[in-house]
Design a protein around this ligand. Structure first.
Ligand code: CP
Length: 353
């Protein structure tokens, strides 16, 4: 394991991550990727610690990969699902978290449909003066930091599997396409990919990519703009990183985003979060913004496609492209998720015992 200093107690957002922190996560994940290729895939690093997966919203990939990551580190794991918990009898979120604290939990991994819940639990743990760390596993439309970091790891380790690092993305063009308005994955990825020096191009219909979206990521305007405040999410601290010169471009059609792209990240249409009629039809959306083999001809010949999952096959990406290993990194993303989540649990957990 790389010897490293890590000072972050909770992982709630990538907004204030430094270049050194990104590289520490990438290098630690690469070490765990090597561990996971061995016959014995387990290390004793978090023996005696308890990792509680508190998922108040459904998940397949994130919940299961945090669980296997914790088990590979020899931690004890607790899995909570809101639908089968005492929340159905009226228990509050904070009382649920305190119940897990009383059982000796060291790390809480939290997913919630409302932005700000992991932050609120982290603040409560700090107020109580306990050493429990909180990891945001996706909160509403705010952020999904572990997804952003596993996407970064997937891309960087494709370029240099032995030493993934953010400088490898300098000058690369990365398109993020789809339901950006509702996407916490996009929000985390915009922080990490622009911090790496990549050019990030967002493409979506105007209803799913408001013009003012860019202000949220701009250090100068973010603190002043009242309209941006409306995009900001209650209960979420909006500290800003000091990484200058982020390159973020917005497009309301696909072509300029795909042209000469090195990587194309397509996002799920989040129908469950759409409160208005934002699209004429899924068929028209697929025609205009769905990623297909023929549209990818605009991109670099060795372009790769990512999707955080779950996928609406034939809507945001054509089914054949999704399954084509020449283009698709979708399965690699899931595999990377285990090593990256081991790295995050290790970095915040190894100082506790
Ligand atoms: N990418 C992602 O968060 O997937 P799940 O909802 O299945 O965890």
């Amino acid at each position: 394991m790389p010897t490293t200093t890590w000072n972050r107690h909770h992982i709630l957002s990538l907004a204030d991550f430094s270049a050194v922190e990104y590289d520490t996560v990438l290098q630690t994940a690469a070490s765990f990727q090597e561990v996971l290729s061995r016959r014995t895939k387990k290390v004793p690093t978090l023996q005696g610690q308890v990792v509680a997966n508190l998922f108040f919203e459904p998940s397949t990939r994130t919940r299961s990969s945090f669980e296997i990551a914790a088990k590979r580190l020899s931690a004890d794991t607790l899995n909570f699902a809101a639908s089968t918990s005492s929340m159905t009898k009226g228990e509050t979120i904070l009382d649920t978290a305190k119940t897990y604290l009383a059982m000796g939990t060291d790390i809480m991994v939290i997913r919630h449909r409302e932005a700000g819940v992991p932050n609120a639990i982290a603040q409560e743990m700090d107020r109580l003066g306990v050493k429990v760390s909180v990891l945001n596993a996706g909160d509403g439309q705010h952020e999904h930091p572990s997804q952003g970091l596993l996407d970064l790891f997937t891309i960087c380790s494709l370029i240099d599997p032995t030493r993934p690092r953010i400088e490898l993305l300098q000058g690369k063009k990365i398109a993020i396409v789809g339901d950006i308005l509702h996407s916490r994955v996009a929000r985390s990825n915009i922080w990490s990919l622009t911090a790496s020096g990549a050019e990030v191009h967002l493409a979506a219909p105007p209803t799913l990519l408001p013009k003012l979206f860019a202000d949220y990521f701009s250090e100068e305007t973010a603190e002043k703009s009242l309209v941006t405040e409306r995009l900001a999410l209650s209960g979420v601290e909006r500290s800003r990183s000091a990484i200058p010169n982020r390159q973020l471009f917005l497009h309301w059609d696909l072509e300029p985003a795909l042209r000469d792209a090195d990587f194309v990240m397509t996002l799920r249409l989040q129908k469950e979060r759409m409160t208005a009629h934002l699209l004429p039809s899924l068929r028209e959306y697929h025609q205009l913004f769905g990623i297909t083999r023929s549209k990818l001809k605009l991109s670099k010949p060795d372009v790769k496609v990512l999707h955080p999952g779950p996928v609406n096959r034939g809507v945001e990406i054509s089914s054949d492209l999704m399954d084509d290993p020449e283009f698709s990194l979708i399965q690699a993303q899931v595999t990377s998720g285990v090593a990256v989540r081991m790295a995050l649990l290790y970095l915040i957990g190894s100082g506790k015992v």
